[in-house]
Ligand binder design. Sequence first.
Ligand code: ZN
Length: 133
Amino acid sequence: MDKIEHIGIAVRDLEAAKGVYQNLLNTPVYKTETVETEHVITAFLQTGPNKIELLTATHPDSAIAKFIDKKGEGIHHIAFAVADIRAEMTRLKAEGFTLLSDEPKPGADNKLVCFVHPKSANGVLIELCQEIA
Ligand code: ZN
């Protein structure tokens, strides 16, 4: 894996959270995007080389809604950039990691993504993401 691509934070109120993080990082949100398939709206901020993704649910069935119900707001996942997501998925499966999908899915910010189950990674949801060329 290449580097941490972003850290995802689950929030109840996206507009309020945007305000908080814009003030915290002293930089504007550069992109807000709905990911219909995941029932989430995401907002990205960048500070230096690092990105924060704020995520809010658009539907009670969304994984973000379930996460917040169970654990409250907070860090939801850590995303790693990978050059070849399919190769990385094959490698991780062979290492015994549980992946949440068999195929990469289109994610926010022009990426193909796949998640590694938190059970496989000491309680942390891991996202792999590959830039769509
Ligand atoms: Zn993410």
